[in-house]
Ligand binder design. Structure first.
Ligand code: FES
Ligand SMILES: [Fe+2]
Length: 344
């Protein structure tokens, strides 16, 4: 029986698009020991070599399947705890210490994933094709901006976390009691506007008062950004910028990454970071907890029974964009399989 392409594409979307970079962990989480993670329903092991460069391969020993992340970091390779087999960053067996000679040495039995470290996070490429260039929004590309990364595990499908950011109107309700989203109109008309990398979804009757717009972009990674006006008491740097990304863990959980950004340099940067840690960070965690509670409380199939209205236009448009990407990925994968079959 042939499975319809639309249903394969929808499964692909649910478990995570592959042809893009994802932040998988904040840099601080990867110290000297190998780190085992599940991302896009795949187990991967990360480790740093002697220069600190990150390697990422399947977290499965080619011998009998133990998790390599339970073993040892030997720099250019990891050693399995079970019988000592060593696998390098290209996924090749480097050594089988229990045998003097073995034909398996040098075989690439593990998949290796391209990995880079940017903006205080480790990004991994899960696609089959060549990695595209990763261009991050200016707020987290250094320069005049300073950012602080916050990340959390949420027990909901990754698409609900993305939808949540694409919905500026929830700020005035879900976060109505928060320190930064109590102001402004509780009604709005909304519109979408194209950008080079995606689109903006914004209120037409209000800007610069509350969470009034969201932008989504695809520049090697899928990101969202927004800005929330801050008063003088919140220190230097003008509006507070947030860049968000979400990586699927499996079909019912994800890890969210939010970079909190302000345009500050020199002494103002230190003042802002100090103020942030001392006073604002716990307030922000309170806001994120509101998001987490509402999303984790929703049924995993909530999107099958929605009654959307005009404020959800951004979500509808974003979903369409993601569905098109999923269909393109599935079509490319099936063309590749058909090509390989012809050659065989
Ligand atoms: S399972 Fe890893 S060395 Fe045997
Ligand atoms: Fe929120």
């Amino acid at each position: 029986m042939t499975v319809p392409v639309a249903s394969i594409a929808s499964e692909r979307l649910n478990s995570g698009l592959r042809e893009m970079w994802y932040p998988v962990a904040p840099s601080w989480m990867l110290q000297n020991a190998p780190l085992g993670l599940t991302r896009l329903s795949q187990r991967i092991v990360l480790w740093r070599d002697a220069e600190g460069k990150v390697n990422a391969i399947d977290d499965r020993c080619p011998h009998r399947g133990a998790r390599l992340s339970m073993g040892w970091n030997l720099g250019d390779r990891v050693a399995c705890w079970y019988h000592g087999v060593e696998v390098n960053g290209e996924g090749r067996i480097e050594d089988i210490p229990a045998l003097a000679k073995c034909v398996m040495k040098g075989r690439p039995l593990n998949r290796a994933f391209p990995a880079v470290e940017r903006a205080g996070a480790i990004f991994v490429w899960f696609g089959e094709g060549e990695p595209t260039a990763l261009e991050l929004p200016e707020e987290i590309s250094g320069g005049e901006w300073a950012d602080i990364l916050c990340t959390a595990h949420w027990k909901c499908n990754w698409r609900y976390a993305v939808d949540n950011v694409m919905d500026p109107m929830h700020g005035a309700y879900l976060h109505a009691q928060s320190h930064s989203m109590a102001e402004g109109d509780k009604t709005a008309t909304m519109r979408a506007r194209d950008t080079d990398a995606g689109f903006v979804f914004e209120k037409t009757n209000q800007s610069g008062v509350n969470f009034d717009w969201t932008e989504v972009g695809l520049t090697g990674a899928l990101w969202l950004r927004l800005s929330i006006p801050y008063g003088k008491s919140a220190g230097p740097g003008g509006s507070f910028g947030i860049v968000g990304m979400v990586v699927p863990v499996d079909e019912t959980s994800c890890r969210v990454f939010f970079w909190r950004c302000r345009k500050v340099s020199g002494w103002a940067r230190n003042a802002w970071k100090f103020l942030y840690r001392a006073r604002l960070e716990s307030l922000h965690w309170d806001v994120l907890e509101q998001d987490r509670l509402i999303l984790e409380g929703m049924d995993d199939r909530a999107r099958e029974q929605e009654a959307l209205y005009a404020h959800d236009g951004g979500i509808v448009r974003l979903r369409r964009m993601l569905e098109q990407l999923a269909s393109a990925e599935v079509a490319a994968a099936s063309a590749k399989t058909a090509g390989a079959r012809e050659q065989a």
